[in-house]
Design a binder for this molecule. Structure first.
Ligand code: FAD
Length: 241
């Protein structure tokens, strides 16, 4: 869909954890995008206006633009966090090709931490549209790596999607869990993918997150022998860790 520019107003700010925040902005009805795409946002700051890129967390089936981000203490993040409700921001979008393949029989999402944003967009859209257009019997597995149980962003919604989207399983991989955690521990590895997917070489992989995550998942792809044509990658350039 052709990119356009528009002005959005801050409608709501939701704190997801001490350093993770969701912001919702208004958008005009003529703004069209596909779940998983990204946009540029420019906000006022004490100096020059500041511009950053964010994946849509929201789905086309919702009525606002939603971004979720980690507050890093950068000039941009401080200005974003300081926006009062009703503040105006400039948007440009949509951009990118990180969009859902309705005709792929087996899709695995490999993501960690903040990288869940465009996946949430796609899953919300599938849930809201009843999965219209999906190939019959399509299997979806979301591998979601987080530092600990409290760091799982959108946990309630992901668990809801696992119950309501046919064929979807959510596999959490927790780096440093509490003693009671019964799921996978550590980072997402080729061994964990092999344990969860039969014939992993035949799946299409959506890989998204900060550059270190992309690098680590690239190695997992090599170990599993997955060709690039079966990988859809979104790199959150700008995050170092
Ligand atoms: C397609 C895309 C989708 C993204 N989606 C999200 C999202 O959903 N949530 C989220 O939190 N973040 C997302 N990001 C990352 C986001 O744009 C910020 O870069 C990130 O949040 C860090 O911002 P910062 O203000 O903390 O760091 P900054 O202080 O802005 O930057 C830290 C370092 O990264 C460099 N840098 C900044 N931007 C870029 C860039 N575009 N390319 C290369 N180097 C850069 C800076 O020069 C600096 O060295 C996305 C990025 C891209 C490209």
């Amino acid at each position: 869909m052709a990119p356009m520019t528009f002005t959005g107003r801050l409608l709501e700010k939701i704190s997801l954890s001490p350093d993770t925040v969701t912001l919702r902005f208004s958008r005009p009805p003529e703004y069209k995008f596909e779940a998983g795409q990204f946009f540029a946002i420019t906000i006022p700051s004490p100096g020059e206006p500041l511009k950053h890129y964010f994946s849509h967390c929201d789905s086309p089936s919702e009525g606002h633009v939603e971004l979720t981000t980690r507050l890093t203490g950068s000039d941009f993040k401080n200005a974003l966090d300081g926006l009062p409700l009703g503040a105006e921001a400039q948007f440009e979008g949509p951009m990118g090709r990180f969009v859902f393949r309705y005709d792929a029989p087996k899709i695995a999402f490999l993501t960690g931490g903040i990288g869940i944003t465009p996946v949430r967009s796609m899953l919300r859209h599938l849930a809201d549209t009843g999965g219209a257009g999906r190939i019959e019997g399509q299997e979806l597995v979301l591998f979601y790596g987080c530092m600990n149980e409290d760091a799982i962003i959108y946990k309630d919604q992901l668990d809801e999607f696992a119950r309501t989207i046919p064929g979807l399983r959510v596999v959490y991989v927790i780096t440093d869990p509490t003693g009671t955690w019964k799921g996978h521990r550590g980072f997402i590895t080729a061994e964990i993918v092999r344990a969860e997917l039969d014939d992993p070489g035949r799946w299409t992989y959506y890989i998204v997150g900060p550059p270190p995550m992309i690098g680590a998942m690239g190695k997992v792809m090599e170990q599993l022998g997955v060709p690039e044509s079966q990988q859809v990658v979104e790199r959150f350039a700008g995050y170092e860790s």
